[in-house]
Design a protein around this ligand. Sequence first.
Ligand code: NAD
Length: 286
Amino acid sequence: QSDNMHKFSKVLGSAKNIIVVAGAGLSAASGIPTFRGKGGMWRKYDAISLATPEAFKENPSLVWQFYNYRRESALKVKPNAAHAAIARFSLPSIRQSIAPDSKFTLITQNVDGLSPLALEDALSKSTDAADKAAQKSVIEMHGRLFDVQCTECNHVEFNRSSPICKGLEGTEQLVEKNAMDPEIPFSSLPRCSSCGVLARPGVVWFGESIPHLEVIEDIVAEADLCIVVGTSSTVQPAASFADEVQEQGGKVAVFNLERSEGDSNADFLFIGPCEDLLPKALGLEN
Ligand code: NAD
């Protein structure tokens, strides 16, 4: 793998438009379960089947409980070494010595907010005013776990409080003890602070379209290096970004615990935990 690392660092060093396309595996070491593989279940439900507009229409109480659980878990954890390496790499003052005069964007499918937190931390340690530009370098393409969005007027509010649903205190503990199958009454579900109608988690569910996709597509169209981190590459449109970069003559590097969909054409394959391999590959081990 060290030969591979060496070749990768050469490509990294000459790249001008670098993107990282990240998925749930980026946050796995922080303790947030992925959707596929072990941990993809919540109670007796398949996590993927709850992250849909159909599930919310049928049982908003159940879906809010699932998101309340995800909010609670995300509040308990911290960014890991892979988030931190990407955040540091996004700072122009640090990137200058690794990939001089390059642009950088992280396009993450994760909704947990850990990449923005890692960036905040990296920025707080920087003394270079030019690094402020990195604030715009994270795109959370599937929305944010802590956004609450009206189902009627689309008003969005950021809310990091937990629990978000009244009457949910202790629910997870009860579930673990199999004491009961709790239900949140409809009247206690989050409401839009602007118009009072039922609100939903501000995330993009399976089958829904990505907001501002054209902005993301423009960034992908310019990229000459795509670094794919911790994604099964099964969810579109993110799954096809690497192919697009390769079709336009760019290089692709894949970091995953195991072989994944569509990695057969990758120029570089780093199999192992991204929290170990990515800081090394980006030249940011310490
Ligand atoms: P996924 O669950 O389909 O795949 C996760 C991938 O990460 C797998 O290929 C797995 O092998 C790999 N992986 C696990 N641990 C890793 C590690 N330590 N290092 C490197 N790779 C590792 O996730 P996905 O491709 O992101 O698609 C699932 C969808 O669900 C996404 O759209 C995302 O929005 C959502 N999701 C988000 C979160 C989150 O915000 N943290 C968590 C679960 C699911």
